[in-house]
Ligand binder design. Structure first.
Ligand code: FAD
Length: 354
């Protein structure tokens, strides 16, 4: 049966923020053919196109989106053995956390620390999702995608995806060029869980000497639950897009400047490219915005400084207003420019002034 194009579909209901106006046109695409046909149709009509996954990293403008939203619903997961690894080929519309759960059940390591991240498989390469010491780039082999510019299906290798911290070609140089159809990962059979992150290490201190993958998955979900970084039905702190700002990556020189203002306790983590990573949450708190800080219907989560939360009835304009206030507070206090992590859709000039 041919998939239906719907008109004026409320996007707020399709995002974890629960904010935003309607899509002028909307289609649920359960297979590759539908994705291609929908995008061809929109191109012919000169309509802007947006490819939607689980809506967990998205702030939609109050005016909505004046083009076609294609929600990728391609399902199916195949497991195969190659060179001592398990190759997992997952449809972009699969729910990410279900794939993590299935992998852990099969005793496959590589993504256990990425437990509890909302959204779709197709969303994972876009910002190179990462948490608790793992990043998708460590296990991703390739991406099958529809190249909207060349009008053909392509296979992008790991290197062609251009991964760095929260970045890939999909959200930088080739933004809006690809619709991800399948993602292929290589996981390690009977591998040990990665327990690199101090917060995760602390979960096992004095308890379990050699935690299993399942125990690590549970621990990650427990930690995430405490910070409202796990979607829990009915918890108002979960109405967010996760972290609203990326952790800043600065040069050694800039970090030294920061230390001279903020003192020696400012967090410092190793990062690639000779840069230093510091913690956006720490900067926000020390710029005077503590957990639960609110302006009207939008506030910082009561459990995590980095999440901006829709406390009920918030608009995108409310979110942007608070985000701007926080950005300028951090800039004035520390001279660091925070960069938003979620994708902003339907805003004039693309960024909503952020
Ligand atoms: C409570 C909470 C916790 C979170 N924790 C983390 C975390 O720990 N680490 C982390 O990295 N992120 C985290 N996130 C952010 C988010 O869950 C991830 O970035 C997720 O991978 C987004 O996937 P999605 O399918 O929801 O994408 P969407 O929100 O639907 O889209 C986000 C971007 O990806 C693009 N996109 C999505 N699917 C496709 C596709 N098939 N083809 C092409 N482009 C596509 C969209 O066009 C858009 O640009 C969190 C979010 C929430 C709400």
């Amino acid at each position: 049966m041919k998939a239906l194009i719907h008109e004026n579909v409320a996007l707020a209901l399709l995002t974890t923020f629960g904010i935003g106006g309607p899509a002028r046109y909307f289609i649920d695409a359960p297979d590759e053919q539908t994705v291609l046909e929908a995008i061809h149709g929109a191109k012919e009509k000169d309509l802007p196109i947006f490819v939607l996954g689980g809506g967990s990293n998205l702030l939609v403008a109050d005016a909505g989106f004046p083009g076609l939203v294609v929600r990728i619903g391609i399902r199916g997961v195949e497991w195969a053995s190659a060179n001592g690894k398990t190759i997992v080929d997952a449809g972009a519309g699969e729910e990410w956390d279900r794939l993590v759960a299935s992998s852990v059940e099969r005793n496959l390591s590589g993504i256990e620390c990425l437990s509890g991240i909302p959204g779709s498989v197709g969303g994972t390469p876009v910002q190179n999702v990462g948490a608790y010491g793992q990043e998708i780039s460590e296990v991703l082999v390739s991406v099958r995608a529809y190249d909207r510019s060349a009008d053909r299906i392509v296979e992008l290798s790991h290197d062609e995806c251009g991964f760095t911290y929260r970045t890939s070609v999909f959200n930088t140089t080739a933004k809006d060029r690809y619709a991800v159809l399948h993602v292929i990962y290589a996981l390690t059979n009977n591998g040990n869980p990665a327990i690199r992150y101090p917060e995760l290490q602390r979960e096992f201190e004095g308890k379990t000497a050699n935690p299993t993958l399942a125990e690590v998955r549970d621990a990650v979900r427990r930690i995430r639950g405490r910070k409202a970084m796990l979607l829990v039905e009915g918890d108002p702190d979960c109405r967010s897009a996760g972290s609203f700002f990326k952790n800043p990556m600065v040069t050694e020189e800039k970090f030294a400047d920061l230390q001279s203002i903020a003192g020696p306790n400012v967090p410092r983590y190793p990062a690639s490219g000779g840069k230093v990573k510091t913690a956006a949450a720490w900067l926000i708190e020390h710029a005077g915005f503590s957990k639960g800080y609110s302006v009207g219907p939008v506030g910082l989560s009561t459990k995590h400084t980095l999440a901006l939360v829709n406390k009920g009835g918030a608009t995108a304009a409310d979110v942007v207003r608070l985000a701007r206030q926080i950005r300028s507070g951090v800039r004035d206090r520390f001279g660091i420019e925070l960069v938003p992590e979620p994708v902003l859709l339907g805003f004039e000039n693309g960024s909503g002034g952020l």
